[in-house]
Design a protein. Structure first.
Length: 543
């Protein structure tokens, strides 16, 4: 180690030095890492400094003012003009993800023949400063230049997790059906976005966790996890199923897709604020349908549950009204030219019927009259005190109740009761009671399961499946109990019939009527007032 000791001559200091350069004009030397220069006489060529610095790459001039003064006022005692650079300088980025080296070495020291020793020296420098990750050893086999900064190590940047990707059911634009031959059916407008139970309604590719990074010193860098955006949906009609990294939404029921306040749901009750006409097209819906207005001529309404047509004007020459799993209510009645067909698995309610075909698995309730209509049902009841059946063919399994049957001027009126097995009907009623009781017990157990699962802070995949299965079953139970209650009420009403089949006339039956109970014709008098006919003990009875 060179040392500096004090003596003054011409304002300078005397040093025991490590000589860097010397000639008749100047001397440059180092002591304890500092660079000193003294001058002997004027005349030193400043251009010579570049050559000296090139040959001595560790020299860093930090005080050009002092250097110029020493040269201009020669002779002058030694003064500090700079600082020795490290042989190997290491720079680490503030974020710790990059380490760079600068080699302050002569061409001889950088030569490939001296590379092994240099590599050991670099390794010691890195180790001394804790650089241990991402070292780029391959760069040490390349050409190395003095004073040029190069990357010796790169850390691993953290990889933030990806946000979830949500894709939801898109509502389709209402437009008429284009047939295969290119014609457009304006009666069949795709107004309702129909789905079936189990249909796809949306999904979320779940957010991913971030991958931590690592600095060149081996320190962990925390990564941000992706954001999991919520799926907004109605849990009563939509369920979620976790599949690997996806959360998929499926419809619990068949019905129409709807968004309310941004929340997806499936409606099994379609409400039409006005009429069914060219603005809506034909209605074919898996669920309940309520129509505030009427149904225009030529259009049809088909639903799997109850249908309500609430317009005061009723309907005319519509194509068909069909409920495959419920009842039909037509507030204003039907007047047609014989083209209308109404079908229901439940009951049919209408203010009046004229030239209509009705096929019903339940009871037909008519407010005022049935004229020239063909009716087939479990029971037929005229609800008005002056209600009448005129013309047509009315056929019931259990009973027909009407104030007036037939007329003096109209064509013949046919009324037939096929008859029923009372004991079998009672057995059906008992079975319905038992089934309702069983379902309500199961319903109570499911409520406990659902309540317990909803109380948990986090639901794992197994519990989520249990929750979804319980919710699905609960929805099915509600519908089954509702259907059984309707069936119970109907059977109880049927059992009020007398004997094995009944025709009850509360005012008048005209002689041009033809009445049959259990294939046995009823012998009518010339004109009859209130009378009840029923089949019992193998024959027709009268009250």
């Amino acid at each position: 180690m060179c040392t500096v000791h004090g003596y003054k001559e011409g304002g300078g200091i005397q040093v025991d030095n490590c000589k860097i350069y010397g000639d008749e004009y100047i001397s440059i030397f180092s002591s304890d890492g500092d660079i000193y220069m003294e001058s002997y006489k004027k005349g030193f060529a400043v251009e010579k400094l570049d050559e000296i610095l090139f040959e001595n790459p560790r020299v860093r001039i930090t005080n050009m003012g002092a250097l110029k003064t020493i040269l201009a006022s020669a002779p002058r005692a030694a003064e500090k003009i700079g600082r020795m650079k490290d042989r190997i300088e290491l720079y680490i980025a503030d974020n710790g993800l990059k380490a760079e080296l600068v080699l302050n070495l002569s061409p001889e020291e950088l030569d490939a023949k001296n590379r092994d020793g240099l590599i050991r020296e670099i390794a010691a420098k890195l180790n001394e400063n804790g650089v241990c990750h991402g070292i780029k050893k391959e760069v040490l086999g390349e050409e190395l230049k003095c004073g040029k900064r190069f990357v010796i190590a790169e850390g691993t940047p953290p990889l933030d997790g990806k946000d979830s990707v949500v894709k939801m059911y898109e509502m389709q634009e209402a437009k008429p059906l284009v047939k295969e031959n290119g014609t457009v059916d304006f009666y069949d407008l795709k107004l309702i976005n129909r789905v079936k139970s189990g249909d796809w309604l949306g999904e979320r590719i779940d957010a991913t966790e971030g991958t931590p990074g690592q600095t060149v010193k081996g320190e962990m860098i925390k990564a941000a996890n992706g954001k999991n955006y919520p799926l907004l949906y109605d849990r009563n009609t939509v369920k979620e199923v976790v599949q690997d990294n996806r959360t998929v939404l499926y419809s619990r029921i068949s019905g129409a897709v709807n968004y309310t306040d941004g929340r997806l749901r499936v409606l099994n009750h379609l409400e039409i604020a006005g009429d069914v006409n060219f603005s809506t097209g034909n209605v074919n819906f898996d669920g309940y349908v309520s129509i505030k207005g009427t149904v225009a001529d030529g259009f049809s309404v088909i639903a799997s549950r109850d249908i309500e047509i609430n317009g005061d004007l009723g309907i005319g020459n519509v194509k068909e009204i069909i409920s495959t799993g419920g009842s039909v209510y037509i507030k204003g009645g039907i007047v047609s030219k014989g083209q209308v067909k109404v079908k229901a698995s439940g009951n049919v309610y209408s203010k009046f019927l004229e030239n209509v075909t009705v096929e019903c698995s339940g009871a037909v309730h008519i407010g005022f009259y049935s004229i020239n209509s063909n009716i087939s049902a479990k029971a037929v009841t005229m609800d008005s005190v002056n209600g009448r059946i005129i013309g047509g063919n009315t056929r019931a399994e259990i009973m027909v109740l009407a104030p007036i049957i037939g007329s003096e001027s109209e064509k013949r009126t046919y009324v037939e009761v096929l008859g029923f097995d009372r004991e079998a009907l009672k057995a059906d009623l008992d079975a319905v009671f038992r089934r309702i009781s069983e379902l309500k017990n199961e319903q109570q157990k499911l409520k406990c399961i659902i309540s317990a699962l909803e109380g948990k802070e986090g639901i794992d995949a197994f519990n989520r499946k249990e929750y979804n299965d319980a919710a699905d079953r609960m929805a099915a139970l509600k519908q089954e109990i509702r259907d059984l209650e309707d069936k119970r009420k109907n059977i109880a009403e049927y059992l009020k019939a007398r004997g094995e089949g009944e025709i009850r006339i509360t005012k008048t039956v005209y002689t041009n009527s033809f009445l049959v109970i259990k294939k046995t014709p009823v012998d009518l008098p010339a004109k009859s007032a209130a009378v009840t006919y029923f089949f019992q003990d193998g024959g027709i009875k009268q009250l």
